[in-house]
Design a protein around this ligand. Structure first.
Ligand code: AHR
Length: 532
């Protein structure tokens, strides 16, 4: 090779190497996300009720999912499945909303007490027989077994104020009234605790198609007459009273929130509410058509993009609430939320049976983080629904039980229950797919009841891992340990045949230069605690 040619080819090699190195560092730079946690500026409490559950008489949500009856070969305690109880205890369910949903506005509690139960129908959900074998006592027994609290929704749609008032007296009275005696005769002399009371359900739709004004008048009567008599709930631990609130972004729901909150501003001693409910499902369009399994990146990106609308919805209704309740006395309780997809082929469409994939786990984390960022107003949320229905924690089939990816997110988030929000700053970057642009990274942090600093980081990007550098303002950290949840595909699920396809794995990070470096898998949810 001539000297001139040799110099030329060397120059070419050097410039190629330089280009590769610039591109590589640009790529690495793009993938390293700085997350700074400022523990010196604590925010509001993340109420444990943000991690609430919802169990409606719908499909196999109650019958088969919780209740198998005392004579069942499936191991049970007084008719309640032992495997399900153990799994729910592990996620420390703070409250369970029951008996509905739309079912609540057709529920007549007397059908579900005593030795002989009325057999009725469930017209909302498949028109099937409702045996009423799971009623008040069975629900309270279940709540006790899993160590949770009762969120009871009373029937405003087809019931009466007296029927609801009697139910509360039956459940909570300590004095020897006829209803208190009847409760004792049915096996529970001590009053039950009703922590939360739902004043109807979706009264603008399946709960009676009411105008906000009509609902308001009716709701005021319920808040006054439907009393909790439990002596332990008279001063501390008073029962929360949750009015029906909005169901989405349309004008009719803006009007609904306006009407209820404007009235609340003027409320007198004789009526009161402590919460306003909000329902928002991730569905993209009605009727639900997205598949819960057997989908690809298009549907992954579309569903996650849609779920992020929760933030705007909360902001919109919080702003109305702020106008009439600047002290934030009334909580916004998102007591129905989750992914709602097409029913699994071959199932009763009225039973809302769907699988639960890694996409749902990521969706759960994104929503829980949104709730956390609004924790000054959002003080409760109930994912729909706990077992075998919609975005479930648990799926059962006769004696078999499987825990879903969403279940594991709830397990990983246990340290956030009753924790104190701590601000994080980070540049999320962008995950692009087709026309959609989503934040690539999401993060949330809080000081747990255990005193530890807990950080959650979600990598939304299904194709690229992300390097994260965690730093703490004003102090350094030694290490971070926790768990990460991912799987091979966006639609990976846990099935009865393969129950461990999507399960958390340990993850840890050591300090380097005062920062903790974590490598996050694509499409993953990670929760770590930081050791100072
Ligand atoms: O969760 C299923 C149904 O969705 C509930 O019964 C109702 O409140 C909502 O429309």
């Amino acid at each position: 090779m001539s000297p001139a040619k040799s110099i030329c080819s060397r120059l070419l090699l050097v410039s190629t190497l330089l280009t590769i190195s610039v591109l590589t560092s640009a790529l690495l730079f793009a993938q390293t996300v700085q997350i700074s946690v400022d523990a010196s500026k604590p925010g509001p409490k993340l109420d444990r009720n943000l991690f609430g559950q919802f169990a409606e008489h719908l499909g196999y949500g109650i019958y088969g999912g919780i209740w198998v009856g005392p004579d069942s070969p499936i191991p049970n305690t007084r008719g309640i499945r032992n495997d399900v109880v153990a799994a729910l205890k592990a996620i420390q369910v703070p409250n369970v909303r029951w008996p509905g949903g739309c079912f609540a506005d057709e529920y007549h509690w007397r059908n579900g007490i005593g030795p002989k139960r009325a057999v009725t129908l469930n017209p909302n959900w498949g028109g099937v027989i409702e045996p009423n074998t799971f009623g008040t006592h069975e629900f309270m027994d279940f709540i006790g077994q899993i160590g949770s609290e009762a969120y009871v929704s009373v029937n405003l749609g087809s019931g009466t104020v007296k029927e609801a008032a009697d139910w509360l007296e039956y459940m909570t009275a300590a004095q020897a009234t006829t209803l208190e005696q009847e409760r004792g005769a049915n096996g529970h002399p001590a009053p039950y605790k009703v922590a939360m009371l739902g004043l109807g359900n979706e009264s603008w739709d399946c709960g009676g198609n009411m105008t906000p004004e009509y609902y308001l008048d009716l709701m005021k009567r319920y808040t006054h007459f439907v009393r909790n008599y439990n002596p332990a709930q008279q001063k501390d631990d008073q029962m929360q009273k949750i009015a029906v609130g909005p169901g989405g972004n349309e004008q009719r729901w803006t009007d609904w929130t306006e009407t209820v909150m404007k009235a609340y501003q003027q409320h007198t001693w004789s009526w009161d509410i402590t919460g306003l409910s909000m329902h928002s499902y991730t569905v993209v369009k009605w009727p639900p058509a997205y598949k819960s399994v057997g989908f690809g990146e298009d549907e992954y990106a579309q569903i996650l993009n849609s779920t992020l609308e929760m933030d705007g919805l909360i902001k919109k209704h919080s702003a109305i609430m702020d106008k009439y309740d600047p002290q934030k006395k009334v909580a916004l309780i998102v007591d129905e939320w989750g992914g709602w997809y097409a029913p699994l082929p071959g199932t009763n469409p009225g039973f809302l049976v769907q699988q639960n994939s890694l996409r749902d786990a990521i969706m759960a984390a994104l929503n829980l983080n949104i709730f956390a960022r609004h924790a000054d107003r959002v003080r409760g949320a109930n994912i729909a629904q706990m077992i075998n229905v919609l975005q479930a924690m648990i799926l059962t089939e006769k004696e078999k039980m499987v825990l879903t990816p969403t279940y594991y997110v709830y397990k990983m988030y246990v340290p956030f229950q009753d924790s104190t929000f701590v601000p994080v700053s980070f540049s999320a970057g962008t995950y692009k797919h087709g026309d959609l642009s989503l934040p690539r990274i999401d993060a949330m942090a809080a000081r747990g009841k255990d005193g530890k600093l807990w950080v959650e980081v979600t990598n939304v990007d299904p194709n690229q891992s992300a390097e994260v550098e965690l730093s703490m303002a004003g102090s350094s950290a030694k290490s971070a340990t926790g768990e990460t949840l991912t799987a091979s595909k966006v639609d990976s699920v846990n099935s009865f045949e393969a129950p461990n396809s999507v399960v958390p794995k340990p993850i840890s990070a050591k300090a380097q230069g005062g920062k903790l470096t974590l490598k996050l898998d694509p499409k993953s949810v990670t929760v770590v605690s930081i050791e100072p």
